[in-house]
Every structure is written in C-alpha cells, then in structure tokens.
Design a protein around this ligand. Structure first.
Ligand code: S3P
Length: 440
C-alpha cells in the first residue's frame, strides 16, 4: 500500500497544467461507442483505473477496442443487439459508475452477467438501481450485507422486452438516472426519471447528440424509443479534462499564499461546477477563461490564486453540484477564517468510503476542530498542522488530505493512497511540477 508524504508548502505553487479526462464522461463515451453502429474514436480518456474497468468490461462482452486507455481508443461498436455473454464475471474494481451503468445496459441483454468489485465497491448500496430496474421487468440479484443489497450482482437475462417506467428517485444520482436511461434504450414505451435536484447530465447530453428520443423537462428526463429505429450512430468523442481532478490543483494554489496555477481544457458543465461557486463564495480568486464548446460539453481554462478564505455554507442543490468535491471543500474550510457548514450531503456516506466520517477523522488528525453530522460537517477554520491521515482507500480523501497538507505546517503522512490512480493518474507528478513537496 502506498502513502503520500507531504510538506506544508514554503513557496508558492506556480504553473500551467492539464488533468486527465473527465471520468464520468469517459465511462459514457466508451459505453455509447461500444453500443454504436460502427467504428468510433474516444480521445482524451483519463487512463485512470475506473475508466479502464469500463473498457475491459466491454472487451469481455465482445467489443473490439484498440489503442491506449490514456490516449485515443478505437471502438468497434456492435450496435444495441451485438453484445455477447462474457466468459467470466465483469470486475468493476473501485468504480461505482462502471457497475451501475453497466447494470443498466446488461439488464436488457438476452444473457446473464455477473458484476463484481473491490471490497469498497461491494459494500456500496445497489438497491437504488436494482429496485427500478426490476420494476422495468429486469432481473438484478445481489447479496445482502447489513440489510443492503450489494454486489456481486447477477444481471439479466432480460425478459422478451423491458417496459418503461416512471421513477421518482429519492436521491439526486446520475448513476441511477443513467442506468435507467440506458435500460430505456431497449424498453417498450417511455422511461422517465424524476430527480429531487439535477445531478450531472452528461448521459442526457450525449444521448441527445446521438439523436436518441430523449427529452428534459425540469427535473424529469424521459427516453421514449417508440417509433425510433433503435440504432446509435457511431460518433467520435473527445473527453474534456476532469474538473473533479482539476479542483485539487486549484485548491492547492488557493491555500498556498502567492500561488498562481492554471489548468487548461477543463469541463465546466453547470451540473458539475458547484465547487467553483463554493470557492467563489469563500472568497477564492478563480478565473474562468476561453470558454468553448467541445462536443456538446462546455470547456474552459481555470486559474486560481492564493487567497484568504472565509467560512461558508453548502446545502441543497449546491451540495449536489459539488458532491464529489465536498471533501476538498472541507479542507478549504479548515484553512478559512470562521465556520463552514456542509449540509444535505448524506450521499457522501455511500461513496468510495463514508466520506463524512473519513473527513471528520482526517481533519481531527491534523488539528482541525470538526463536528460530524448525519448529513454533513461543521468545520472551524484554524491552524492545520502535520500528522497522520488515513485515506480509507478513497482517492478523493487522499487527494483532499494532500491539499490540506500543502496549506498547513509541518510534515503530513497520508496512508492508503493506491486508489488515487482510479481517477487521477499523475496526481503526485503534477503537484511536484507546480513546486509542491510531495513524495509517494
Ligand atoms: C457519477 C455520479 C455521482 C458521482 C460519481 C460519478 C457518474 O454519483 O459521485 O463520482 O459518473 O454518474 P451518484 O450518481 O451516485 O451521485
């Protein structure tokens, strides 16, 4: 198991960098290319372990995919009727998106599939997809763990046809929404998902760009294949840089006085930019330049400067739009003046780790006053001093802790950092190129 050793920065972080491709968009690009009719290129995939799991799964399902996972992949799409039964279980590793989106695809196939994952993924709740997919007539079986339905999952074979449903999702979850919309490609009649707040909308954008009959009406998304030829055209995808990865570099610049860091070519889809709004509210100097459209997603160059932060409140719809960055917000709160309250973020408890408990423990270990609440955290800004942090095998906890360290005093040791490679291969090298003292 690897660990990070980080020293509180004694000089500013300066430079211009890029980050690996957006993990969420990468998964979807591979899935839609695999289900397309003909050859398509996917460029800019992250090279991270999570996206690799999705690629490996489609290879196992009979899709020919050539090239480098961190460069350009050529995908020979097999069409909606062309997947073949895999010879063995599909290993989704640490990737919840791989498991939940694949379940939506595989529930509609005429053969059974088994989905497994690492010990973290196999502890995460799967009833949220199994329930509505079963309501569509699909078969998703799992194992009971502490009363929750969990992986390994057995998915399919489908009945002759799934049926569309209207599903009111109790949680704002793009994974749930996407699993249902994907299953809806094969269903009879319309499939609608209504969310309590809008989660990331990459699936909707990408399906619409392929001409799929999908409509968005406020919080309701509907796919209705009635009369549609059920054919996804082959199209190339270009994956923008991952804002969720860029955010760590920008935050590092913000907490180290005098820093100026630019990250080029970052996706700034409004369903993902909650972290920029939170940073702005805390008084961080962030600029967005060169806004452009790349393949239906907005992309920009982001620059952050060392800033004095103030405490803030994050709740409701903003918590959804910043969900993956809330561990990082907790770190920024530790470096801010005054109190920060994060609410309405109970979903953090079922991510790659229980991120509320993990961040409360991590901050306490480095001298920060923090209160753990059922659906969030209360953090008192103050001094951050060297110590030992457990990342609980969670990539975002490990990277957030590294940022906390860079803005703190002394030497920090962050344990169990292997999973940083699931989303941000090159994290350590990128920080070092900006002048940070971090070793692995
Ligand atoms: C993702 C959706 C989010 C997010 C995850 C990626 C996606 O999860 O936390 O990192 O690509 O659809 P939920 O949909 O469970 O909120």
């Amino acid at each position: 198991m690897s660990r990070f050793r980080v020293r509180g920065a004694v000089r500013p972080l300066v430079g211009e960098v890029t980050v690996p491709g957006d993990k969420s968009i990468g998964h979807r690009a591979v899935i839609l290319a695999a289900l397309g009719s003909g050859r398509a290129m996917v460029r800019g995939l992250s090279g991270g372990e999570d996206n690799r799991r999705t690629v490996a799964a489609f290879r196992a399902l009979g899709v020919a995919i050539s090239g480098e996972e961190s460069g350009a992949l050529g995908v020979e799409g097999v069409g909606l009727g062309g997947l073949r039964e895999a010879a063995r279980a599909l290993d989704c590793g640490n990737s919840g998106t791989t498991m939940r989106l694949l379940a939506g695809v595989l529930v509609a196939q005429p053969f059974p599939s088994t989905l497994v994952g690492d010990r973290y993924l196999e502890s995460r709740p799967m009833a949220r997809i199994a329930g509505p997919l079963a309501a569509m007539g699909g078969r998703v079986e799992g194992r009971r763990r502490r009363g929750e339905l969990c992986a390994p999952l057995t998915v399919g074979p489908a009945p002759s046809r799934l049926r569309g449903i209207e599903f009111r999702s109790p949680t704002a979850s793009a994974q749930v929404k996407s699993a249902l919309l994907l299953a809806g490609l094969w269903a009879d009649g319309a499939t609608s998902v209504i969310e309590p707040a809008l989660s990331r909308d990459h699936t909707e954008r990408m399906l619409q760009s392929l001409g799929v009959p999908l409509t968005v009406d406020g919080p309701r998304v509907t796919i209705d294949p009635t009369g549609w030829e059920r054919r996804l055209p082959a199209r190339d995808w270009s994956v923008p840089g991952d804002l969720s990865s860029a955010a760590f570099l920008l935050a590092a610049a913000i907490v180290v006085p005098g820093s100026v860091v630019t990250v080029r070519g970052v996706g700034v889809n409004p369903t993902r930019t909650g972290v920029l709004d939170v940073l702005g509210a805390m008084g961080a100097a962030i600029t967005v330049a060169g806004l452009r459209d790349e393949g239906g997603e907005p992309v920009a160059d982001l620059t952050a400067r060392g800033s004095q932060l103030e405490g803030t409140e994050v709740a409701g719809e903003l918590a959804v739009r910043a969900i993956d960055e809330l561990p990082l917000v907790a770190v920024l709160a530790a470096h801010a003046r005054g109190r920060t309250v994060i609410r309405d973020a109970g979903e953090l408890r079922v991510k790659e780790s229980d991120r509320i408990a993990a961040m409360a423990a991590a901050l306490a270990a480095i001298g920060v006053t923090v209160e753990e609440r059922r659906d969030g955290l209360v953090i008192e800004g103050g001094r951050v001093r060297g110590g030992e942090v457990a990342s609980r095998g969670d990539h975002r906890i490990a990277m957030a802790a590294a940022v906390a360290a860079l803005g703190g005093e002394g030497v920090f040791s962050i344990a169990d950092t292997d999973n940083v490679a699931t989303s941000f291969p090159g994290f350590v090298a990128t920080l070092r190129s900006l002048g940070a003292e971090i070793d692995e």
